[in-house]
Design a protein around this ligand. Sequence first.
Ligand code: AMP
Ligand code: MN
Ligand code: MN
Ligand code: MN
Length: 274
Amino acid sequence: MIIDLHNHSYYSDGVLSPTEVVNLAKAQECDIFALTDHDTTDGLIEAQQQADKVGLRLIHGVEVSAMWSNMTVHIVGLGVDINNATLQDGLKRHQEFRRVRAEKIARGLGGAGVFNAMEKTQAIAKTDMITRTHFAQMLVQEGVCKDMRSVFKRFLTGKKPGGVGGKWAEYDEVISWIHAAGGQAVLAHPLRYHMTNTKVKRLLSHLAGAGLDGVEVVTGSSSADEITLVGQWAKEFNLLSSQGSDYHGWPNQRVVIGKLLEMPNPETTIWRNW
Ligand code: AMP
Ligand code: MN
Ligand code: MN
Ligand code: MN
């Protein structure tokens, strides 16, 4: 079975349309595939239409930003009812924060000599959601930075000119939105938060206490050692194991939809009862 439960379209910071992402998942022979855009489910309507057309099993997903201990973490909701009011009210709050944050980032960049950042970035975005990735693309296009990585380092984090702190909902609230919508809540890419392993384990224990269902054991950029480690944590905290590429379609992203290393916990996968 080829299963990929973490993917983006241009409804957040991916490059492809939902139709194109679904076609790619089909071409990669995915048996179960989830579209999980950041803080929006808007791409799922088009994705479902295309999935019906090509015969792909689509899981309705969303990757929700959340605060834990003043840091931003990502919680993936899988199998959510996109018409649920609790979930949509929550996502609307995040979309509104993104609008306010984008204005602040643009002002910060203006102060650093990058003018009309908002207009230039809006021209890149295909929907009205503006992520930091769009600002990063704009700064690379303008020749201000050589790649996305250096943009985040020089501009979009901490006390840098375009650094704006997260003001997402707390993790327990985000988990409750996902549950209200009938979904399962999964901590995304646990090793990508610049935290020590001790801290990640504290994060897992707090989230598990708030009803988290699973954790991503296998991601598109995981090494074999990372998979073994997170696989053990999943067992230790009684969490189901998920997997997903986190495909965005950026030219420099080496990730391929459906191409993942082997899941070490086949008995306790998040999809075992689907
Ligand atoms: P946002 O949700 O708008 O704050 O943007 C976060 C997104 O930016 C993440 O989902 C990643 O796709 C991307 N991102 C974060 N840090 C980096 C980085 N250092 N290099 C490239 N992309 C990054
Ligand atoms: Mn992203
Ligand atoms: Mn993420
Ligand atoms: Mn993602």
